[in-house]
Design a protein. Structure first.
Length: 269
């Protein structure tokens, strides 16, 4: 049975130790272990170790390596269990070994999915313009249980959802000011949906924003769009040109009475 003949500290990693044992060829390097594993198995010079014990020690050392990897990953910010599992899988640790590490992380309170989800919702609602549906989707992607998601999303009350949606409406009203009122509202509704707001919250926000332009404002937007479209259709015969321009402006949301007024005014231009 091999006997430990020497234990040395690694030069580049002071938390790991090289183990040497005797053999028919004399003293040889056997394996390395983390300091915690060294202490746990009371490894010292003169201790006899068989192949079964070596296998157990090396398995525990792999757990320790994975644990240290997880701790380093957790050091920058809070993580969910799902994120830690994914990170360890990418590092090519075995599933049974990852299960041991996850258990240990919970044991020492380095992991808590509920606390993580609470912090995540608060951070997202206070620092981003995401709606609750996007936040719920992101929590699901991070492996958070559906029950926890449903509980913590209540930290984003409807009043705050509407406030955020109104702020976005105001911002994008300026962005889409060259569009017709109808097209502007359609684009804003689509934007808010992509941002993760529900239909009800979108409608409440839109009720607080004046999107409907008066005829002068609408006509100004129509003229800008018509000038662009004119360049596209100016090679057509007059009748075809007028029909295509009229259809294109209607598709862009402009009312027919303003389209007809524009065409009448510009018929001979």
């Amino acid at each position: 049975m091999p006997t430990i003949t020497k234990i040395t500290i690694q030069k580049k990693n002071k938390d790991r130790y090289n183990i040497y044992t005797d053999s028919e060829h004399g003293e040889t390097y056997a394996f390395s272990v983390d300091e915690d594993v060294l202490i746990k198995y009371n490894m010292k010079k003169g201790k006899e170790i068989d192949s079964l014990l070596i296998g157990e020690i090396q398995f525990q050392d792999e757990i320790r390596k994975a644990y240290n990897t997880a701790i380093h990953y957790l050091s920058s910010r809070m993580r969910s269990e799902g994120e830690v599992r994914t990170h360890l899988i990418k590092k090519e640790y075995a599933v049974d070994l990852i299960d041991e590490v996850i258990h240990k992380l919970y044991q020492y309170q380095f992991l808590n999915d509920e606390e993580f989800a609470i912090a995540y919702v608060r951070t997202q609602k206070n620092t981003t313009d995401k709606g609750p549906n996007i936040i719920k989707h992101e929590l699901k992607d991070k492996g958070i249980a559906e029950k926890i998601i449903q509980d913590v999303i209540e930290l984003y009350p409807k009043e705050e959802q509407v406030e955020t949606a109104i702020s976005l409406c105001q911002k994008y009203t300026l962005k889409y000011k060259k569009d017709s009122s109808r097209m502007m509202q359609q684009k804003i509704e689509q934007m808010l949906t992509r941002k993760g707001f529900s239909y009800d919250m979108i409608q409440l926000a839109l009720e607080e924003i004046q999107l409907e332009k008066d005829d002068d404002e609408e006509m100004s937007a129509l003229v800008r769009q018509a000038e662009k479209l004119s360049r596209k259709y100016n090679h057509e015969e007059p009748f075809i040109y007028e029909q295509k321009l009229k259809q294109a402006l209607f598709r862009k949301g402009f009312p027919l009475h303003l389209i007809d007024a524009y065409l009448k005014e510009n018929k001979d231009v």
